[in-house]
Design a protein around this ligand. Sequence first.
Ligand SMILES: [Zn+2]
Length: 465
Amino acid sequence: VRFHASIILIFGLVSGALFGDAKKGNDLQTIPSASKLASRTLLSEKAYCNLASLCDDVGNRLSGSENYNRAVVWALKTMKDAGLQNVHTEKVMVPRWVRNRESAHLISPCNHELSMLGLGMSVPTPKGGITADVLVVSSLDELASMKDEEVKGRIVLFEFPFESYGQGSRIRFAGPSAAAKKGAVAMIMRSVTHLSLDTPHTGSLGYKAGIAKIPAAAVSVENAAMMRRMWEKRQKIQVHLEMSCETLPDVESANVIGELKGSENPGEIILVSGHLDSWDVGQGAQDDGVGCVLALQAVQMIKEEGLKPARTIRVVFFANEENGTRGGEAYLNAHGNELKDHIVAIESDAGNGLASGFSLEILPKEKNTPEMIKTHRVLENIKPILEPLGAAKFSPGFAGVDIEPIVKAGVPGLGMKHDTTHYWEVHHSKADTFEKIKKDDLAKNAAILAVTVYSLANSSLKISN
Ligand SMILES: [Zn+2]
């Protein structure tokens, strides 16, 4: 009931904005159709049904896995069924990391099975595992300030207050080599989240060349906090860690691409994307099933409404965002010669929280001013439609991991700014599952993306030079 009431309210506001607004430029000609597109998308359940199918019929899908291959088959069929044109795959060579069996046990000062997940790309422990005393630190700086002999032979535990995802992911990425450099035998860390129900959260580590590779894992917030309390009581903390993960040779994988051809300027491209791969636990519902179904829904609704955008809209489901970012690099390599025709690249990769607008990333920075102004002008023109949807905030910021290579090559990037209040709670964990998806939020996010994509595809302004 609440959902339908909000739709009626939004439709009213959109209409009000439409008729109450004086003409500011050519782009406003698209407002009546964009406004109808928004209200029709709000009522559609397609994105929700597609996400249910991706989660339940395919499941989690780490790059290089059998499930990722099934996800590619699913994506090709789903794009074709949605009426997209030129549906195809593009080759990406990806790492193949397999988790296998893993466990961690506290053996002193008491026996306790730890809730753990090995970090992606970790090396295994020796057969039979590692047993060592635990050293607790709260940051990379604190570890750097310690003498090697304090660290040598220990398992380093990073236990830190969650300040931001960036802070936690830096520890996850750099922590193993920082610990190994000082002679640690393994690294464990507090999961990167602010709220936990004893759920460990994985993510990629990054070994530094020339430094011994040591096994690394995340433990739940509860387990890390418990070991911190033991540390403060000066108790002897000993952990037994056993991991049998493997890094196999790279395998062939794919980005999946489909288009809606432009009616006037088919050579000019609006790219809209998410990443198809996920971690190997949970269902990858929010990370990043949502990004994929939103991109697809935007284009499908434009097509079904009989709208004929001037420019081509290209939907890209990227491979390997999670443990290699090879999908974005492969796209750059395959399409480097047509980047000047990419008007803008959009990515949604921050879950299903309601979007408040878009982060704009335009590089290199010295080119910022004129293009940023032009991008802003295009977005200003669609504000009357985005405002009632609560999504008219635009600010400079990171646009997305997968589009980063083409953004660095000069394509203006737009990252959908989702509310991440509850995102980190499930992110990269077994808890990233479909039933947590709020249907009305997904529909609203789809409407926001659909009108943005449609308006950019019709805008009279060309952003890049
Ligand atoms: Zn993601």
